[in-house]
Design a protein around this ligand. Structure first.
Ligand code: PSU
Ligand code: MN
Length: 300
């Protein structure tokens, strides 16, 4: 293909044969979970995609090459190494030039998925406007990517470490459809509701596929956010979760954490504070998103 971009043979064949393919990100492996929970989650997400009849395409930067369809050995290395870069859109050319590894964020994964011709991507939560974002301008590149790159992103909403109201305002301004899957409320990752309504609701994967198709038929560039709430049996207690998130935000401020380190720092703080309960919730919501993404990909 080129020396900076590669699609694995399995993913290439699936796309050529018009079989369903689901993109998966790798920041969740390098920065989202501790080892070995991260490896377990990455492998199980791929297994769930296959169980639903889709080919998984985990995306990352391998020795500078933006790779669609990581090998098992890459997944193991990404999961067990510390110091692999978190790679958002702005980091891709630098990693390519230096031949370095990177775990791709939602933004960078969307870019690679679209370039490969993959239309559906499953993750845990999207980045968004951080609290105080109106002052710090800490707004995830995920939102900008959603405004320009044609990939449907299935997520469990966004964590309330973010300002969810401002995140939804930003998505509206950017012209990004947000569709609640069997919900009227935008989900807040560990809990099924953020208290903010979604602008649109869909009941079936087929309905979502129609929205995605209509968007491209209209010539409207950009993604779609499919918001799939965590199942009640896996959800955390909303009051306890809010307290943990507030404490995590305070520690981030105390430690002067800024820029790309903010999200990984907060995730690690939350995982530590809940002693594994948040990790389990996080894994379960990822698998649920992969299932829904596979069904949307099949419908497309
Ligand atoms: N939110 C989560 N888990 C994650 C991330 C976000 O609940 O692992 C990761 C995703 O890869 C997302 C990235 O794209 O963090 C956003 O980072 P930033 O806020 O620096 O754009
Ligand atoms: Mn940021």
């Amino acid at each position: 293909m080129s020396d900076v971009f590669r699609v694995s043979p399995e993913v290439r064949h699936a796309l050529d044969a018009r079989r369903p393919v689901v993109a998966l990100e790798s920041t969740i492996i390098t920065h989202g979970f501790p080892y070995p929970a991260n490896l377990e989650c990455a492998l199980e997400a791929e297994r769930v995609a296959r169980e639903e009849g889709a080919v998984p395409a985990t995306i990352g930067v391998v020795e500078g090459v933006l790779t669609v369809g990581l090998e098992r050995a890459d997944l193991e290395r990404f999961a067990s190494s510390t110091g692999i870069a978190k790679a958002s859109r702005r980091d891709l050319p630098v990693l390519a030039a230096r031949g370095a590894d990177g775990g791709t964020t939602v933004a960078a994964t969307m870019f690679a998925a679209a370039r490969a011709g993959i239309r559906v991507f499953a993750t845990g939560g999207i980045g968004g406007v951080h609290r105080q974002g109106e002052r710090t301008l800490d707004i995830s590149a995920d939102l900008e990517e959603l405004s320009r790159t044609d990939v449907a992103v299935v997520c469990a909403g966004a964590k309330s470490v973010l300002d969810i109201g401002l995140t939804l305002e930003y998505l509206e301004t950017a012209g990004v459809p947000v569709v609640g899957y069997r919900t009227d409320d935008f989900p807040a990752f560990y809990v099924p509701s953020s208290g903010f309504p979604v602008p649109h609701r869909a009941e079936t994967p087929g309905e979502i596929a129609h929205i995605v198709d209509a968007k491209s038929n209209l010539g409207l560039a950009g993604g779609v956010v499919v918001a799939n709430p965590i199942a009640e049996q896996h959800a955390l207690d909303p009051v306890e979760t809010e307290a943990i998130i507030t404490a995590a935000l305070a520690r981030a401020a105390e430690n002067h954490i800024t820029g790309k380190d903010v999200t990984p720092f907060l995730l690690a703080q939350i995982h530590e504070a809940t002693g594994g309960a948040s990790e389990e919730a996080n894994r379960q919501l990822v698998y649920s998103n992969v299932r829904l993404a596979a069904k949307i990909a099949a419908a497309l």
